[in-house]
Design a protein around this ligand. Structure first.
Ligand SMILES: *[C@@H]1O[C@H](CO)[C@@H](O)[C@H](O)[C@H]1NC(C)=O
Ligand SMILES: *[C@@H]1O[C@H](CO)[C@@H](O)[C@H](O)[C@H]1NC(C)=O
Ligand SMILES: *[C@@H]1O[C@H](CO)[C@@H](O)[C@H](O)[C@H]1NC(C)=O
Ligand SMILES: *[C@@H]1O[C@H](CO)[C@@H](O)[C@H](O)[C@H]1NC(C)=O
Length: 355
């Protein structure tokens, strides 16, 4: 740690020179600026950041300052329990963040291989967490490829194989990226499922590892394949979705990722004014749901538990929670899941989601 601390100090000493004149006039540097510089230094160390030149560093320092301001604004208008602040993305402008991780606005997904009717909403249990079943594979990191859709689809398939076939699998996300149109420029979960169907299943991630960039679609012979029976476009009612998660397993969702750049932990709950339900740019995997108990006057807050693909150092160990019940950030608009059946069983054994 010592050398990098030292290095950051040296670079920061140089940033100081670039701080505009008013801030470094005759008086000692303003308390405020010292604090900000300290925070930026801590950020650089914590996330192992380095910049090509003092100019670049100065620019990133300004962006960092802007992001802190944005996170305070988010905090002030937060309806849930989310905390916003410094994250690994605090040196990216909002538009850089969108360009790196966002996907293009979707059109309606094609409805094919619609196998089963969605269950009639019974009373879903009050909470459900498939992580406790050991069904969820580890949090992954997409890197600088806009492949959230491929990660969400792969983790959905892996979870369903665990739950319905009791067979742990790590499937190839790179195969989805390489063999689906758009690849790293951003695609859709339903196209990923069509690719899986078209290829009669995916190779393992060991055989076809993640590269985080577009490559030629590989055809491996005698690969072990992990297939699906189809996919389902799910209803837009969050109550129905909870019932489906509890009775079938994790599902993928598409939503507006606006609040995620500055997110640290807690339950995100935004109004539709500051998190549009129409601008949907990120896919992730719902692994369960729950509620924050009633406190004094404030009512119980219901939420979704969602696995992201930005590594374990982001959010709540790679997960985040989003308010459930009023289609926050458009989360209920395009819920989709693969269909994986227990082919051996005479009738589908009922699997219970752990609370
Ligand atoms: C710096 O000062 C400005 C204006 O006085 C204030 O709005 C801001 O919150 C301060 N920043 C920090 C990090 O305290
Ligand atoms: C920090 O970043 C440098 C260069 O960007 C890299 O060589 C090094 O391995 C990183 N260290 C850690 C602990 O991630
Ligand atoms: C999947 O990957 C994880 C993490 O690398 C590993 O621990 C696990 O054993 C793998 N599972 C299979 C079935 O290969
Ligand atoms: C997969 O897609 C290709 C190209 O679109 C098509 O030619 C091929 O017939 C499809 N294969 C299957 C098994 O559907």
């Amino acid at each position: 740690m010592w050398p990098s601390t030292f290095c950051a100090w040296l670079i920061l000493a140089r940033v100081w020179v670039f701080i505009p004149l008013p801030a470094r006039s005759m008086q000692p540097p303003d308390q405020n600026m010292t604090e900000m510089t300290q925070m930026f230094q801590d950020f650089m160390i914590q996330y192992n950041k380095s910049y090509k030149s003092p100019e670049e560093m100065h620019h990133r320092f300004k962006v960092f300052e802007q992001n802190l301001k944005a996170s305070r604004e988010l905090q002030a208008s937060e309806l849930g329990t989310a905390q916003y602040g410094v994250t690994q993305f605090s040196d990216l402008t909002e538009s850089e963040f969108k360009t790196m991780f966002g996907i293009p606005q979707p059109i309606e997904p094609p409805i094919v291989n619609r196998l089963a009717k969605s269950p009639k909403a019974q009373n879903p249990p009050s909470s459900c967490d498939w992580r406790k079943f050991g069904a969820i594979t580890e949090v992954k990191k997409q890197g600088s490829c806009r492949s959230c859709w491929a990660f969400a689809a792969a983790s959905n398939i892996e979870a369903l194989w665990n739950i319905h076939r009791h067979s742990p699998r790590n499937v190839s996300v790179q195969e989805l990226v390489d063999c689906t149109s758009h690849g790293c420029s951003g695609g859709y979960v339903w196209d990923a499922f069509l690719t899986v169907i078209n290829r009669s299943g995916l190779s393992s991630s060991k055989l076809y590892p993640y590269a985080g960039k577009d490559q030629r679609c590989q055809q491996y012979r005698r690969r072990q394949v992990t297939g699906i029976e189809g996919y389902e476009i799910l209803p837009r009612e969050e109550r129905d979705l909870a019932e489906i998660v509890a009775s079938q397993g994790p599902i993928t969702v598409l939503f507006n990722m606006k609040a995620l750049q500055q997110y640290k932990n807690g339950v995100i709950w935004r109004t539709s004014q500051d998190c549009s339900k129409e601008h949907l740019d990120h896919f992730a995997l719902v692994v369960g749901y729950g509620q924050v108990p009633k406190q004094h006057e404030s009512p119980a807050k219901q939420y979704w538990i969602i696995q992201n693909s930005w590594g374990k150092r982001w959010g709540e160990k790679g997960y985040f929670r989003l308010h459930r019940g009023d289609n926050t950030c458009g989360v209920a608009m395009f819920a989709v899941t693969a269909v994986v059946k227990n082919l051996g069983a005479r009738s589908e054994a009922r699997v219970l989601c752990p609370r």
